[in-house]
Design a protein around this ligand. Structure first.
Ligand SMILES: Cc1cc2nc3c(=O)[nH]c(=O)nc-3n(C[C@H](O)[C@H](O)[C@H](O)COP(=O)(O)OP(=O)(O)OC[C@H]3O[C@@H](n4cnc5c(N)ncnc54)[C@H](O)[C@@H]3O)c2cc1C
Length: 251
């Protein structure tokens, strides 16, 4: 991890409030692991803002983000050539070695870190469940297809794919497959989604599941404790002990 300046090679609007930044950084491209994040200085806000490493191609790292408030609004207006002040890579990412069957679950913009993970997974059977409010909010479908993943969509209004949440779809899939002995689930999205996953997995204790939290954060370095969550092992810092946790350590 280090603090460094890196230049934006391209800034692309993907959908009405979703943006992609391509950042040139041989250091970050080499050192980053799926599930880790970058802490970005954005001039209009005091605290840095955390963003997952969306994917890595050559010497370029990508950030995919949704505009939420002042910081992300300012970030969405950044143009090609701008030099960013970045601390990273930070945090503990996904443990993804030696899995044969993988199910990735994305709730909305929670898809951001899962593409980088998909780039690294060598499993024989890879599936991603993309949850969105409606068909116009589905993102990264083709990215996963290009990486050889089977893609299933779940939309709240049923405008594409399964009508319902990605977790009801998961329940359905697990009911109709084997006991999931060799399956690992990786998920990113809202905390409520993780809680639903943990309820489903009570029936399938042999399935491993890792979840990546998007908690409000202060320093990002494990000093300020603004991002702590309660786990079975006491309070833990999302920035340093996470953002990826084993779901069984939380619920
Ligand atoms: C490890 C980590 C990785 C992340 N990766 C991504 C990513 O890849 N792409 C992405 O779009 N976002 C990601 N986030 C969330 C992102 O950091 C926040 O959206 C961003 O900090 C909001 O800044 P802002 O100034 O625009 O909003 P603020 O002005 O700070 O807040 C505006 C509103 O947005 C909501 N909000 C802000 N932050 C969060 C949050 N963390 N969780 C839930 N609601 C929030 C609050 O309701 C708030 O009222 C990540 C967060 C963490 C901790």
């Amino acid at each position: 991890m280090k603090q460094a300046k890196a230049q934006v090679k391209e800034a692309v609007k993907i959908k009405s409030n979703i943006y992609l930044l391509k950042i040139h950084s041989p250091y970050l491209a080499k050192k980053s692991q799926p599930g880790q994040f970058l802490h970005l200085k954005i001039s209009s806000v005091i605290l840095r803002r955390p963003f997952s490493i969306h994917k890595v191609e050559g010497n370029t790292v990508f950030i995919l983000f949704r505009v939420r408030g002042r910081g992300t609004k300012a970030l969405s207006q950044i143009k090609k050539g701008k030099v960013l002040d970045i601390i990273g890579p930070l945090g503990k990412g996904f443990d993804f070695k030696n899995n044969r069957e993988n199910i990735l679950i994305a709730g909305g913009i929670g898809v951001a870190p899962l593409v980088f993970l998909a780039q690294k997974l060598k499993g024989t059977k890879n599936l991603v469940l993309l949850g969105a409010k409606n068909k116009s909010e589905v993102i990264c479908e083709n990215e996963f297809k290009k990486l050889g993943f089977a893609v299933k969509l779940a939309t709240d209004d049923g405008s594409r794919g399964y009508k319902g949440t990605a977790i009801s779809l998961l329940k359905h899939i697990l009911r109709t497959t084997d006991d999931g002995r060799r399956t690992t689930i990786y998920a990113c999205g809202p905390k409520e989604m993780f809680l639903e996953i943990s309820k489903v997995l009570k029936k399938y204790p042999r399935i491993n599941c890792q979840v990546s939290f998007e908690q409000f954060m202060g320093c990002g370095l494990g000093i300020c404790c603004a991002c702590v969550i309660e786990t079975k092992n006491g309070y833990q810092k999302v920035c340093k002990d996470g953002p990826v946790f084993d779901i069984k350590d939380i619920w």
